[in-house]
Design a protein around this ligand. Structure first.
Ligand code: ADP
Ligand code: MG
Length: 730
């Protein structure tokens, strides 16, 4: 009998060996060749126009229409030279993917002559048909219109898909009345907030600082599986994860995959992917296997947060396309396989000045170290005060499967800083007091300096279980989901640190105005921050139950599910913060909350339908067929005059199967019931909570019976590719 599974297996076995070799060109010879970066802008613009552009950008003011026309002409000239025929505004709506709507450069002039046209208007603003993107009711109340507006800080690029080239212009997506409808608009606002606040504080130490930019270096984990297996698993296709599947005999227990040799087919995919990335100016550098079988990671050099976010979105898109060329599929779901490690996306974050200083890197002098400690401690304080918002920023239906599953950081946000810095914070807390004498202060600064090793990075003990760890010259936010857009967690981080730095500066300035010396005022405020933020610091094993208990004692929230985690966005405190930092107004805030909840509900609904469909028309029929075979066997035995006792085992198996069949069927019925009830909940929030608490637990129950059936039913009848077939695809 042939099943989708057996077809998939034979397709997989007949795959040709990987042949593609890396082109023997130096990466530097094609790096960013498809990006209209600053050097290209310089060569395609007149000197005057380029000067005007640079001044506008560094001054943070708006680009005039005249200049936009000149830039559009420059981009068009470059793009057409490269064989590009279409252009699109590229944006990041709240659906989670990127969106584009292609227009041709081609047009007809008044006299009917064919020509290529692209002017400032087309560059600066477009009106895509946006009615199908989520707006949380924002557009419904005004007009069903949304605009994409050019982000001049992120360079245009050419996407080359099967030889057809499209110019992509990174944009923000906003409503007719200016409300943010995407991930990028609030991110850009948060970058501005952080810049202003951090520049103010950085000037305590270096008066030449004019700009501070948050930096982001992401590390992307993912699974790669054979395309045929993917298409034989409707659950992977529709929800990104397997809703059924028994763990393989050989899973990751042997831990032989991590840093092992990369399988050949995957290797050739990676080489191909890296080349595409490099052409698009995405500076990917590292690749290796991850802990789970068929799991991998790639990471670039860090960049300005805005660009890094765009690049990560672009990478996820490229991964999908390039993998398909190799008959592979990339899975970005946070937990595609139960019982096997899930995937995350570590967000390494820091702040850099326009004078070239990393504000989270320990310095070479006591004074530099005071600067480092100022930014370091203020970040900890910000995380302490707003850990609920960071938790909300990583909340997603798919990430719920991963957080706290003893392989990923828990849903409790804490900060790891390592031994050296713990001692430094202790010293500040103990030795700074209200009448700190000048000699004491100098001595303390020297002592601190001695306590911080020169190269922190090699000295920080790495605590892999911490959701928010200091790793030498940056913080690493590890609880971000692999499929997430980095913009949300980065936006929240920029916002809370920006806000904290503003509050800090206000207090320090007040001390200074009252006649206190600057350094001593700074030290005193740092001590206050340490005192009040101390209970967010945790150095131990975040995966342990002991920590969950300890965190509860400390009063740290441990919110395991998305619908409740999202509540953090709706508190008066959050509304005030988003408003004061100019990142989201009340209306935008509420709309976003609604959109996140709706997305959650949709995801659970999809999984429920999948479970119903797979159970009823794939799993149960296969089980019944095998059951019939057993019954026929028993019957023919008794027809031949054998006693029932000779068929004890067959009876047992038939009974077991019957029991599980019954349980799956009634589980599905209960689930349909619960789903029905969920639909009748009053608010979106109540509905999401109902889905979470009443519908989802039934998934686990149904699954446990299906997974038992997978063991009981003869292999050839089983319709879905098994874990061992999907995961060990060398
Ligand atoms: P890990 O041990 O966590 O795998 P890696 O060295 O592989 O560490 O990754 C470090 C990541 O941190 C890289 O993506 C890198 O770009 C990023 N990173 C390094 N410095 C900074 C910085 N100043 N700001 C933001 N990210 C940074
Ligand atoms: Mg890491």
């Amino acid at each position: 009998m042939s099943t989708n599974r057996s077809t998939a297996l034979s397709l997989f076995l007949s795959r040709p060996k990987a042949t593609k070799e890396r082109e023997n060109r130096k990466i530097s010879s094609y790096y960013a060749e498809n990006v209209f970066n600053d050097s290209k802008l310089r060569s395609y613009l007149s000197n005057d126009a380029y000067k005007a552009y640079s001044m506008t950008i560094s001054g943070g003011s708006k680009i005039s229409r005249e200049l936009a026309d000149q830039i559009a002409a420059a981009i068009k000239a470059w793009a057409i030279e490269k064989g590009t025929t279409h252009y699109t505004h590229w944006f990041q709506p709240l659906t989670g993917t990127t969106a584009e709507k292609h227009d041709s450069f081609f047009t007809l002039s008044g006299s009917g002559a064919a020509m290529e046209k692209f002017d400032g208007d087309a560059l600066v603003q477009q009106e895509p048909d946006a009615s199908s993107f989520p707006s949380g009711g924002l557009r419904a109340t005004f007009e069903a219109r949304g605009y994409t507006a050019w982000d001049p800080m992120s360079p245009a690029f050419i996407m080359d898909i099967a030889g057809s080239k499209t110019l992509c212009i990174p944009t923000v997506f906003i409503s007719y009345t200016g409300e943010a409808l995407d991930h990028k608009a609030p991110l850009l606002r948060s970058i501005e907030t952080l810049d202003k606040a951090a520049t103010g504080v950085a000037r305590y130490f270096d008066r030449f600082v004019n700009k501070v930019t948050p930096t982001l270096g992401w590390e992307q984990e993912y699974f790669v599986i054979d395309k045929a297996m993917y298409y034989a698993r409707p659950d992977l296709m529709a929800s990104g994860r397997t809703v059924f599947g028994r763990g393989p005999a050989k899973g990751q227990q042997l831990e032989d995959h991590y840093f092992g040799a990369i399988p050949e087919r995957v290797y050739s995919f990676m080489v191909d992917l890296e080349m595409e990335c490099h052409k698009l100016g995405i500076p990917v550098r590292t690749r290796h296997n991850e802990v789970a079988p068929s799991q991998f990671e790639c990471a670039p050099m860090f960049e300005e947060a805005n660009i890094a976010v765009d690049h990560n979105q672009l990478l996820m898109d490229l991964m999908d396309r390039v993998a398909r060329r190799h008959h592979l599929i990339v899975l970005l779901h946070e937990k595609p396989f139960a019982g096997i490690n899930g995937s995350g996306k570590h967000n390494n974050w820091s702040m850099g000045t326009d004078t070239g200083t990393n504000l989270l890197a320990p310095g070479k002098t006591p004074r530099n170290n005071l600067q480092f400690l100022t930014f370091f401690i203020n970040t900890i304080k910000a995380v302490h005060d707003h850990s609920d918002l960071l938790r909300a920023a990583i909340a997603a239906e798919s990430n719920d499967y991963r957080l706290g599953a003893n392989e990923a950081p828990p849903a409790i946000i804490s900060v790891f800083i390592g031994d050296y810095l713990t001692k430094v914070l202790d010293a500040i807390e103990q030795r700074v007091d209200n009448d700190l004498k000048e000699e004491e202060e100098n001595e303390l600064k020297l002592d601190i300096h001695k306590m911080i090793p020169d190269v922190m990075m090699d000295n920080t003990d790495r605590n892999r279980t911490s959701p928010f760890a200091f790793t030498g010259n940056k913080f690493e936010f590890r609880a971000v989901g692999s499929s997430a857009n980095c913009a949300d967690p980065m936006m929240v981080l920029n916002m809370i640190v920006g806000n904290q730095l503003n509050e800090f500066k206000e207090k320090v300035d007040k001390h200074i105005a009252e006649g206190e010396k600057k350094d001593s005022a700074i030290l005193k405020e740092l001590r206050a921050c340490i005192k009040s933020a101390r209970n967010i610091l945790f150095e131990g094993d975040n995966y342990s139950d002991a920590w969950a208990n300890e965190a509860a004692k400390r009063g740290l929230p441990n919110i395991k599910t998305t619908p409740l985690a999202l509540d953090a966005y709706t508190t008066p405190k959050a509304h005030k913060l988003f408003k004061e930092t100019n990142i989201l107004n009340d209306k935008e805030q509420e709309a976003r909350h609604e959109i996140h909840l709706e997305k959650y509900i949709k995801k659970v609904e999809i999984e429920a339908s999948l479970i119903e469909e797979l159970s009823l028309n794939q799993i149960l029929p296969a089980c019944i067929r095998y059951q019939t075979e057993l019954l026929n066997n028993i019957k023919s035995g008794s027809d031949a005059g054998l006693t029932q006792a000779s068929f004890k085992t067959q009876h047992k198996i038939v009974e077991s199967i019957s029991k599980h069949i019954e349980a799956v069927y009634s589980g599905v019925e209960n689930m349909i019931d619960a789903r029905e009830k969920a639909e009748h909940q009053k608010t979106t929030r109540e509905k999401a909570i109902y889905f979470c608490d009443k519908v989802k637990p039934l998934f686990i129950e149904i699954r446990s019976h299906v997974d038992d059936l997978e063991l009981l039913v003869e292999d050839k009848y089983w319709p879905l590719p098994k874990y061992r077939e999907i995961l060990f695809n060398r």
